[in-house]
Write a protein that binds this ligand. Structure first.
Ligand code: 9UX
Length: 72
């Protein structure tokens, strides 16, 4: 199955940051879809919880140099 999680991503200051975060997320095993909105800092990720957890997703965003928190 899949879940759709929403995360707030901090530290994105230009459109290339959005591409960077989306690229990182899409490269993660278990992530099926990732979309980041620069204006709202909201990031929606469709993922398979059997493969990757929401905490893994937060950690991957933080490892790329941004801030991240799970919303719902
Ligand atoms: Mo823009 Mo973001 O020059 O990591 S790419 S600030």
């Amino acid at each position: 199955g899949t879940l759709v999680g929403q995360f707030i991503v901090g530290g994105m200051t230009c459109a290339a940051c959005v591409n960077s975060v989306e690229g990182i997320l899409r490269s993660l095993p278990g992530v099926k879809r990732a979309a980041v909105a620069l204006a709202t800092s909201l990031c929606e990720v469709e993922y398979d919880p059997a493969t990757i957890s929401k905490d893994d997703i937060v950690t991957a965003i933080e490892d790329a140099g941004f801030e991240a928190s799970f919303v719902q």
